[in-house]
Design a protein around this ligand. Structure first.
Ligand SMILES: [Zn+2]
Length: 140
């Protein structure tokens, strides 16, 4: 796996950290109106701006995708999610289970008989923004 880097191939404006991305987002909002979201590049270390919010297809990591759907729908059936998102890939399937486990440990979700329920929506949206591993580090 290549090292994560600032110089990603997204073709979007890159910012070195969240603070500079937020400052640029504020300027854009003043200039163009609308809401500008900031998020950590799924493929690198840079931060980007999005005027369109997040779409599930653009979220390449399992953790972000899971967090997005939980924040949107409030609950998910893990088996259904796994089938839909992993295409039967065993490594990705294992990743779904690890993410579900980790989110529950972090208090982001609660387990039920048939799936996961969102317990901390702001936390889940933060995961969508920066990724699950970065969120876990941030929470220390
Ligand atoms: Zn990028």
């Amino acid at each position: 796996m290549p090292a994560r880097r600032y110089n990603c191939g997204c073709g979007k404006r890159r910012f070195r950290d969240e603070r500079s991305a937020l400052a640029a987002a504020e300027t854009d909002q003043r200039t163009y109106g609308g809401i500008v979201a900031v998020y950590r590049c799924p493929g690198g270390l840079a931060w980007h701006l999005s005027a369109h919010g997040f779409t599930p297809g653009a979220l390449r990591s399992i953790g972000r995708r899971l967090a997005y759907e939980l924040a949107e729908h409030g609950r998910i059936d893990v088996a259904e999610f796994r089938g839909r998102v992993t295409g039967g890939d065993l490594r990705r399937s294992a990743r779904v289970d690890r993410c579900a486990e980790q989110m529950t440990e972090l208090g982001l979700t609660r387990r039920t008989d048939d799936g996961l329920v969102a317990a901390d929506r702001p936390g889940l949206l933060r995961v969508v923004q920066i990724g699950l591993d970065a969120y876990a580090r941030e929470r220390g």
